[in-house]
Each structure stands twice: as C-alpha cells, then as structure tokens.
Design a binder for this molecule. Structure first.
Ligand code: NOJ
Length: 570
C-alpha cells in the first residue's frame, strides 16, 4: 500500500477493486447492510433468547434477501438496562446469546458465504456494572478513577441536557461509594468514559484490535458525537478530537487493511464533514439528516424534504471521503430533530400513535417509537417503494430487521422496546417461530402473540410470493447489487414534475442509471430527462410503464411505483 492507503494498480472503477478512488475500502460502499439484534432474531435452544446459533441457522434467509453485510447490535455481557448499549465487558459474549465459540462460528460461516460482519462498539460510556467503574468508585487513587468524570462540587459543575430527557434530569448522578457525582450524557447507569485520558484511549484501541483479530470487518461506533462533546466538571474538550478518530482507524487498519469505521454522529449538518477528518477519520456516517427527511417525504407524499436533505449534507462523492450510511428506520426512535421546525411539528402529530395509557409513540421530545409499517399505515406498496429509494440513494443502504416484511411496533412495551420485538418468522407457530420457550420467558415479547386476528406480518406468508413486500425488497436489493453506478457513479438530482415524483441519476463509465419514484398514492405521469439511445434503455427494477424518446423518458406510474433504467449515455 502507498501512503494514501490505496493499492497501486487497482482500478477503482472495477467493482472488485479493493479500494475506491478516495482510498477507502470499496467493499462497504458496494455492500447492502442488514442490522439485527442477536437476542431477538432466532432462539436455537428454547431459552427465550435469540442466540448466535439461531443467527447462523438464519443466514440462508439473509442470503435470500441478498444482503452481504450484517451490523450486529451489542451482544457483550451487559445488565441490559439500555438493550446492551450498557456494556459490562467489552471482550465477551453475553452467555444468554451463546459463547465465544459460537461467535467464531458465525464469523466462519459468514466468511464462507462472502458476507461481512460489523459489530457495535460503545466507547462513549460503560455500564455502571463494568469492572472499571466498580474499581473507579471504590478507589479514588486507582487509575480507573480517571477513566470516568467526577465532581465533588456539583453546583459549580458544567450542566447540559441529558440525551434521554424524559428519564434523566441532567448529566450528573451521585455515587454513594465514591461520594461524588459522575458524569453521564445518557442514562445514569451509563457513566461517560473520560475519552481524553490516554489510558482510556489505549483501552479503546485494544478493544478495536481484539474484535478485528476475531474476524469482524468493522464497527458501528456508537455515540461518536457525544464522545467529543464537552464533558465533565469543566466541560473539557479534547484538544484534537479528530486525532482520536484518526488513531482509531489507524489502529484498526493495522490489523485489517480494509476494516471500516461507521459512525453514529448525529451532529449538525455543517459539522458532519469533521467526522471524516479529510478521509483519515470515519469511513461513513449514518445519514440522520437523510433519515428524517426521506422517511418523512415518502410518508407525506412530497419530494421537498429530499431536495432539502441534499442541500444540507456534504456531497457524498465516489472519489472522495464523504460517504453516507442511509437508513429508513433504526432500533431507536425516529428522530425528527433535523427537520425544519414546522415539519417536525407536523410529523409529531401526523404520525403519532397511541396517546394515553403510556401508549404514546412520541418520545424524548424528538421522535416516534414506531416502525416503518406504522408510519406508512401498513401500506406494503409504500414500504417497498421506500426501500427501492433507499437502495438507490448515494451511499450504503442499511435495512432494519423486520422492515422487509412490514413488522409493526408494539406500543404496549416500554420506551424503544416497542420497535425491538423478536423477528416474526411464522405466525402460525408459537412465538411466531422465534422461540419454543413459554411466552413469558422471552427476552422481549413477540408482537401479536396472544392477539388472534390482529394482522402481523411474518416471513412464512411472504417468502415464495412474488408480490410480497419481502420479494419486492429482495428484488430491490438484487438490483442494487447489479448497479455499481450507485456506489461509483456521479450523482445528480433530475428536475421533474409533479412534485410527488422524485428522480435522480448516476453517470458512470459511459452509462446512465436513472431512478424514478412516485411518492403519490395514485397515478402520476412524468417526463424525465434521459440522454440515452432509446433502443438501448434497459429496465433494472420496477414495473412502471415507460417510453424512451430522444433526450427523455415518459413514465406512467401507479401509486408508489418505481423504476430504475439504464442506458448508454449519448
Ligand atoms: C445510540 C444507540 O443506538 C441507542 O440505542 C443507545 O441508547 C445510545 N446510543 C446510547 O448508547
């Protein structure tokens, strides 16, 4: 490798190339990622907990969708007060999900299938149960004390809003053993690590190396933004926070030269470029601006939010360092803070479900604990179209487990558990095929269990049905795999009427890939510029009718239709 991290002689236009032009590993730019939680995916031994063996047993299913990379949420030993984002041991596997041997077998099985594995790393905070925190509170002279942030003068300390304002009054909690307050931006059981402390930094680099040596291909770095916010009594900031990101990547690449770091950095749009550190920092950022705008735009049948999203975010360039991990929904609340105020207010009421009895979907003053199927009223046409759009956006698409079959949220469950219920494999089986345990032993209740007649999606009724949501999402994934233009081409929004129709294109290697999506519920006609030879146009995805003429294509679309067309540029 040369000093830019590129391989001499590798042609980045080649889909098999190791590095894209920007010097970043190409594999994740071409990947379609599926995010899942091991403990709610498939239970193999009947104890009510999903486990690694269960996930291995379901790899065929994931291959059938066509995804080639898994992002697996935290599976480390944890008291699970925040679904595993409260880590008690960074180098282990929670034994309710299996053993380290099981984890190793997953890595081998995925390797055999050419699938990549990204795991979640929570480096901003630990659980209070972590040994570091226990030693820190017991002994102020131990090095672990300085792994965390304390104050003995709470009135003079820096105060800021907690990230979970509904549950926490602030960012300090009193520890009776240490007889001091400790700093936490999330729940009080998640003390922030003092990431400015070089000894803590070494620990974090070691953890990264540990998992790469076990075979993972990269990490989702949880809470990358809070990591570098002002912290502790004096609102301390690292002198050079980008150094931390650069060093994390450098250490990772020492072990695996195409390891990737994907950051959860939900920062303001004009500060997002910072996290890439000019190409030496994170390889991709979750596109939170895109998530609120795209999911909202599709939901309200209007394309202005997409225009706004592209105006706000730095351009993702196949030859550059800016790269987005796009998603429609994730395992948290659907966070709307990046929408303009009026749209946020509208989305809060328009999509709200439940109301009263603790069944309100609005949470943390910023979002809905709902799934895509709830936001789109169970309309599979709309969910399929949203997935086609997701897969056509510049960046790496991330599917959220269960959305490919249209699973709903269960607002009877507390907090964000509503969107984290176990995968519904077969509604005719106990616990929808997730587990053979008694329903009251399940890690999280299966949604719809005990509610006969209540519609709940499952895999069994959709697999094999060419019109099902599952089949349509799988076809869109397959189209993406046949369309290297999306990750390698030059992106441009294409002007079109009416406002419910969105069109964009990629130019790559003399070809044009044009994608058109109808956000409306009913029929729309659109004429879209398309400078290809009319005889040469090939339909890559979708079943809308189209006629290619000189310089343009007329598309006749039913509600929620979509179309991907390719042709040689004139
Ligand atoms: C982001 C995770 O997605 C969320 O589930 C968690 O609560 C916070 N980070 C804190 O780790």
């Amino acid at each position: 490798m040369d000093s830019q991290g590129t391989l001499d002689g590798v042609d980045s236009a080649d889909p098999g190339a190791v590095f894209a032009d920007g010097g970043q590993p190409a594999w994740y730019r071409d990947a379609v990622v599926y995010s899942l939680d091991v403990k709610t995916f498939q239970d193999s031994d009947g104890d009510g907990w999903g486990d690694f063996q269960g996930l291995i047993d379901r790899l065929d299913y994931l291959e059938e969708i066509g995804v080639d990379c898994l992002w697996v949420r935290p599976f480390y030993p944890s008291p699970l007060r925040d679904n595993g984002y409260d880590v008690a041991d960074y180098r282990g596997v929670d034994d309710r999900m299996g053993s380290m041997d099981d984890f190793d077998r997953l890595v081998d099985e995925m390797d055999d299938r050419g699938m990549r594995l990204i795991t979640d790393l929570v480096l901003n905070h630990t659980s209070v149960d972590h040994e570091w925190f226990q030693r820190a509170r017991e002994d102020p002279d131990s090095k672990y004390h300085d792994y965390y942030l304390w104050t003995s003068h709470i009135d003079d300390a820096f105060h800021t809003e907690n990230i979970f304002p509904e549950f926490e009054d602030g960012v300090w909690s009193y520890d009776e053993v240490a007889e001091k307050h400790y700093f936490h931006q999330f729940y009080n059981h998640q003390p922030d690590l003092n990431v400015a402390n070089p000894e803590v930094q070494e620990e974090l680099f070691d953890i990264i190396q540990f998992w790469l040596e076990r075979g993972v291909d990269g990490f989702r770095i949880d809470a990358a933004h809070p990591m570098v916010l002002p912290k502790g009594h004096n609102a301390h900031r690292m002198d050079d926070p980008q150094w931390l990101f650069r060093e994390m990547k450098r250490r990772a690449r020492e072990v695996k030269d195409d390891a990737v770091l994907l950051a959860e950095a939900d920062d303001e749009p004009d500060h997002l470029d910072f996290y890439f550190a000019g190409g030496d920092g994170f390889d991709a950022l979750f596109n939170f601006v895109g998530n609120s705008h795209v999911t909202y735009g599709v939901g309200v049948e209007d394309t202005w939010p997409l225009h706004r999203m592209f105006e706000q975010i730095p351009d993702g360039d196949p030859d550059g360092h800016v790269w987005w991990a796009n998603f429609l929904r994730n395992h948290d609340e659907w966070n709307l803070l990046k929408l303009p105020h009026e749209a946020l207010e509208h989305a809060r009421e328009e999509f709200r479900e439940g109301h009263g009895d603790g069944r309100d979907s609005w949470i943390f003053g910023r979002g809905h604990r709902l799934r895509l199927a709830d936001l789109y009223d169970g309309d599979h046409d709309r969910i399929a179209m949203a997935h086609s759009l997701l897969l056509a956006l510049p960046g790496t698409p991330i599917l959220f487990s269960g959305d490919e079959i249209g699973m709903h949220a269960d607002l009877d469950l507390p907090e964000r558990q509503a969107v984290r219920t176990p995968m519904r494999w077969d509604g005719s089986e106990p616990n929808a095929g997730f587990s053979s345990a008694d329903a009251d032993e399940l890690v999280i209740p299966v949604d719809g269990t005990g509610w006969p007649g209540v519609f709940q999606a499952d895999v069994a009724s959709q697999r094999g049905d060419a019109d099902s949501l599952f089949a349509r999402v799988s076809r869109a994934v397959e189209a993406r795999k046949r369309a290297p233009e999306v990750s390698r081409g030059d992106f441009a929004v294409v002007d079109t009427d009416p406002k419910e129709v969105w069109a964009h294109r990629f130019d790559h290697d003399g070809e044009v890939l044009l994608t058109v999506h109808n956000f409306a519920d009913d029929h729309r006609e659109a004429v879209v510029g398309f400078d290809v030879d009319p005889d040469d146009a090939e339909c890559v995805l979708g079943d809308a009718e189209f006629t290619v003429a000189d310089g343009g294509v007329s598309v006749s679309m039913d509600g929620c239709d979509y179309l991907w067309l390719r042709g040689e540029k004139r």
